[in-house]
Design a protein around this ligand. Structure first.
Ligand code: T4K
Length: 396
């Protein structure tokens, strides 16, 4: 498909400028902007909270959101959390994971930090260069007698090779906890991908496709596991006088839960906008040498991110392009650079050695996530596409 007409005209307008664009005034464009429904739709929820004075501790909105999310995702049980990181930490506690856990260096730091918070040793293995998720063959090669679990990430909402991971876990008696922070709304032929694994963990952070300001959740397969998780997120309390585990305070408040209920009503619209922006990027960047949009192979994608790889044929390096965009007020992000395995608390691990993670290093050196969110205007998107298409001329 040809470049949209709007992009072409903007491109020629930009390329004909005698001065670089950074002299012009534009509002900054961030990698994401949270979706917010009209404020007046939220007021009735707040009024109910004021009337009831139940602010937290498994209140009515909390219970209602758990029920609606379980229905929406087609999963048996879900436990809400104050954020995705606490949910990850608690998921590992809930399954009593110890020893070594195999995970990806190509993620947000919260994934491996959750292991350290549990006194677990992360073992990094390389990613598949196409899916950008854990390479199943590399997982199998890294298993030792100390390995107890696998912590894969559906990075950018791209489903992991769940079948291969399940086979490995079954063969070696390992647990699987999916970090599904990016995967709300992602489906394969059988439904939501959060149904895989022993547990799946979601984030509802402001930057996510479905947000509750801050928030998160654990999807569990049975009522017993959900009960344990619910105890763990509430200090271990079972009742007023019984504490069964050294739990934490991971509870979601009524305000966040109420906001989630409202967000669910607007979700389909937001996902449709994301899909159309994503398609527009693909059209606009088609046949641009050295710019390779990452393909998401999910049957139903959530278009949470728009990662591109900047390859050597492109006239600018990845970092030069990142800087050039920034100079034009476009705050794209290099998710996930630097790799987790390069941070001080991880880099001495044998599994963090760069030569063991060639694909992760190569991708982290090439990636840029372009702005993608429901309110991104076509004009802003055209400007981004135009800068990418003519980086040299436009950026001076
Ligand atoms: N696992 C994975 C794989 C994850 O990606 C994450 C979180 C987690 C676990 C942990 O889940 P949570 O505990 O967060 O629920 C952001 C998010 O803070 C983080 O939630 C997310 N992953 C990560 C990928 O991205 P930063 O440091 O890039 O955030 P920040 O503040 O720079 O925000 C990015 C842009 O978004 C800003 O430039 C502007 C815009 N923004 C941000 C916020 C917070 C807004 O417009 N409004 C806002 O309120 O980490």
């Amino acid at each position: 498909m040809p470049l949209p007409v709007a992009s072409l005209s903007l491109l020629s307008e930009l390329a004909s400028q005698s001065t670089p664009l950074d002299t012009q005034e534009y509002d900054p464009i961030y990698v994401t902007r949270p979706s917010l429904p009209p404020l007046d739709e939220f007021m009735p929820y707040l009024e109910r909270i004021w009337e009831r004075r139940i602010l937290t501790n498994n209140g009515p909105y909390h219970r209602e959101l758990e029920q609606q999310l379980a229905e929406h995702l087609g999963v048996p049980h879900i436990s809400l959390f104050a954020n995705g990181t606490l949910a990850l930490v608690t998921a590992l506690q809930a399954l009593r994971i110890t020893g070594e856990v195999i995970t990806t260096p190509y993620s947000f730091v919260a994934t491996s930090h959750a292991l350290l918070w549990n006194g677990i040793k992360p073992v990094f293995v390389d990613i598949d260069p196409v899916t950008l998720n854990l390479d199943p063959a590399a997982i199998e090669a890294a298993i030792t007698p100390q390995t107890t679990a696998i912590l894969p990430v559906h990075c950018y909402g791209q489903p992991c090779n769940v079948a291969a991971i399940e086979t490995i876990a079954d063969n070696y008696g390992l647990k699987v906890i999916y970090d599904a922070a990016h995967a709300f709304g992602v489906e394969d032929d059988g439904g939501s991908i959060v149904r895989y694994g022993d547990l799946s963990v979601l984030s509802f952070h402001a930057t996510k496709v479905f947000n509750t300001f801050e928030g998160g959740a654990i999807v569990s397969p049975d009522a017993r596991t959900k009960r344990r998780i619910d105890h763990l997120k509430n200090f271990g309390f079972v009742d007023e006088v019984t504490v069964v585990a050294p739990g934490i305070n991971g509870k979601m408040s009524e305000i966040n839960a109420a906001f989630g209920l409202l967000q669910l009503r607007h979700l389909e619209q937001a996902l449709a906008r994301r899909a159309s922006i994503s398609a527009r990027y693909r059209d606009g960047l088609r046949d641009l040498p050295g710019i390779v949009p990452v393909t998401n192979r999910a049957r139903h994608c959530n278009h949470a991110y728009f990662p591109i790889l900047v390859q050597p044929q492109y006239p600018l390096t990845r970092d030069a392009l990142y800087t050039a965009l920034k100079q034009q007020g476009i705050h794209a992000r290099r998710y996930f650079y630097p790799l987790i395995s390069t941070f001080p608390m991880y880099k001495a691990l044998p599994s963090a050695a760069p030569e063991r993670l060639p694909n992760a290093h190569a991708i982290a050196a090439q990636v840029i996530c372009l702005p993608l969110y429901p309110d991104l205007t076509e004009h802003a998107q055209d400007r981004i596409i135009a800068i990418l298409r003519d980086a040299r001329a436009v950026c001076g």
